[in-house]
Write a protein that binds this ligand. Structure first.
Ligand SMILES: Nc1ncnc2c1ncn2[C@@H]1O[C@H](COP(=O)(O)OP(=O)(O)O)[C@@H](O)[C@H]1O
Ligand SMILES: [Mg+2]
Length: 276
């Protein structure tokens, strides 16, 4: 099937009993529906489908990310979910159901996760922030080590944010894995992006407890050697991508840029008390 033309116009009809969880913006985008205990994720173009197909090729070549067309994102999400599940990392369970009539592929059925997200908990429960930060570190480290051991960049979260983790008691479910890196992408580079993105999301949501949250995260992660390697890669690497990111962060002068997060992390790791 021609991927671009099949996604030309987002014509769709809400099935009976369905609740819209996330609707496309004015330029399009995915449609998320809840039907009872299941969620249907319908992958759609964000803007012009042909332009997206062209960008998809460029992103593959220059950023070494898997394609961004709806069919490519659908494929990546299915692969990632299967891999994460096989390796014992919590993701929404996939359900085998046909698409309702009138809804065009690509679509994926998932279990409905009631939430809340980690972002919601961090924002609502001030007294829990430091504990949640420590728990986040504790939960991320084994997956990062496994990704390195397998040299598997698909075990990383390309769009890492505290918005993309549902918490249901002891279950921390990561979701939105539709974007990922191509095979052979260096896992350490992916870790630079994932960790700095998570630290930025934590800092944004912990306000004046941000320093304590960072210390708690490092304590929970409990792998200073790997964190130091990530800082070195992100801050010292002369590769074009890292230099570009550092340059653009510096230009924007954001206090919560990814580079700033790595600088803060490195400073903390250098303190004699950092690993306690
Ligand atoms: N399995 C799920 N259970 C409950 N809600 C979900 C589930 N998957 C997605 N959602 C809801 O839909 C929103 C968008 O889903 P997401 O996978 O992040 O799509 P997108 O790639 O378009 O960002 C989420 O922020 C969440 O509110
Ligand atoms: Mg999302």
């Amino acid at each position: 099937m021609n991927e671009a033309s099949s996604q030309a116009a987002p014509r769709w009809q809400l099935p009976a009993g369905a609740q819209l969880l996330d609707e496309p913006g004015p330029k399009g985008g995915n449609i998320l529906l809840r039907l009872g205990d299941a969620v249907l994720k319908l992958y759609r173009s964000r803007g012009n489908a042909w332009y997206e197909a062209l960008r998809s090729v460029l992103v593959r070549i220059f950023e070494r990310k898997r394609g961004i067309t709806p069919w490519a994102r659908h494929r990546t999400e299915r692969r990632s979910l299967a891999l994460w599940e096989r390796e014992g990392f919590e993701v929404p369970r996939r359900l085998q159901r046909p698409l309702p009539r009138g809804l065009a592929p690509p679509g994926l059925w998932l279990e409905f996760c009631p939430g809340p997200t980690l972002s919601q908990l961090l924002e609502e429960q001030e007294h829990e922030r430091v504990r949640l930060a420590e728990e986040l570190g504790r939960r991320l480290q084994p997956r990062h080590r496994r990704a390195l051991a397998l040299r598997e960049p698909l075990l990383l979260m390309e769009h890492a944010t505290t918005n993309h983790i549902f918490i249901d008691g002891d279950r921390w479910v990561s979701f939105d894995l539709e974007n990922g890196y191509c095979p052979g992408f260096p896992v350490l580079d992916g870790l630079v992006y994932e960790l700095s993105s998570f630290l930025r999301a934590l800092a944004k949501r912990t306000g004046d407890q941000a320093d304590a949250a960072l210390r708690a995260f490092v304590r929970g992660y409990n792998d200073p050697l790997l964190l130091e390697q990530v800082c070195a890669r992100g801050l010292d690497s002369e590769s074009v991508l890292h230099r570009l990111r550092r340059w653009s962060d510096q230009r924007r002068r954001e206090s919560l840029s990814k580079t700033a997060m790595l600088v803060g992390l490195r400073q903390l790791l250098a303190l004699p008390t950092a690993h306690q």
